[in-house]
Write a protein that binds this ligand. Structure first.
Ligand SMILES: [Zn+2]
Ligand SMILES: [Zn+2]
Length: 255
């Protein structure tokens, strides 16, 4: 019923009990998880996870903007090979993070552009991470768009203006556990207005656990809380939100 469109299951937080985490996701009626691998080690573990859970765990591969400095041409080669074998359903996450600036902004932008090239070359959706960098992210997306750009703004925390621009570009918007935080009125306002056929849900686990579990480790099963909050805001049933967001995810990621 639910699809967690953005999880990091190879993080050390799951070292001990990943099998139980996946089992809880199934019990919570999750029908699929998109796992985001952000380095070579994570990728090989993710590919193994997908093999062990066919039709349930899918992979995306990219480089977090924080790590843009570690970009190597071999990443592009790897992505091309993975796409050919249909072992990834998306490229990313990629984008700009001006909050931490752990990699120089110029390098982040350069690598972001590389990934957008690749996504269009391989006809894959791009998973966009944009933090404190909305203007610059939009500028680069417009400049790199060759008419084949598609993807999602993950962990959306922007305002309605930004949501509108992302929708105009053909992108989807994905909401995470921070939509349940008491101070997240701006995010809830966006979630109320965006057309239902353009919304997805995610956990971004192990980060951003919903309010009920705040400060604890997040996991895919808690994506249900995100769906519940969107249902509450929009006066819909949780089933309607689950069904629509899962349908959107299946279409974007071609699951
Ligand atoms: Zn992110
Ligand atoms: Zn992430």
């Amino acid at each position: 019923m639910f699809i967690d469109t953005h999880a990091h299951l190879t993080f050390p937080e799951y070292k001990i009990d990943l099998a139980e985490v996946i089992s809880r996701a199934k019990h919570a009626n999750l029908e699929a998880i998109i796992n985001i691998a952000l380095d070579e080690q994570a990728l090989s573990e993710s590919l193994k996870l997908a093999e062990e859970n066919p039709g349930y765990i899918y992979n995306a591969y990219g480089l977090h903007p924080q790590d843009a400095s570690t970009w190597q041409e071999s990443i592009a080669h790897k992505i091309r090979a993975l796409a050919k074998e249909k072992k990834i359903v998306a490229i990313g996450e990629t984008g700009l993070d001006f909050y931490y600036k752990l990699s120089p902004v110029e390098k982040q932008a350069e690598v972001f552009r590389q990934f957008l090239h690749l996504a269009q070359e391989l006809d894959l959706p791009a998973v966009i991470h944009s933090r404190d960098a909305a203007r610059e992210t939009m500028r680069i997306l417009h400049e790199e768009n060759r008419g084949k750009l598609k993807g999602v703004f993950h962990c959306f925390s922007g305002d309605l203006d930004l949501a509108g621009e992302a929708l105009d570009l053909g992108f989807l918007i994905s909401f995470t556990g921070n939509i349940t935080f008491p101070k997240a009125d701006k995010i809830r306002e966006s979630a109320k207005m965006i057309p239902l056929d353009r919304i997805m849900i995610e956990t971004d686990c192990p980060f951003l656990a919903p309010q009920d579990y705040r400060g604890k480790r997040n996991e895919p099963a808690y994506v249900v809380n995100v769906a519940e909050k969107i249902a509450e805001i929009r006066n819909l049933s949780v089933e309607e939100v689950a069904m629509n967001t899962a349908k959107n995810a299946r279409k974007l990621f071609n699951l």
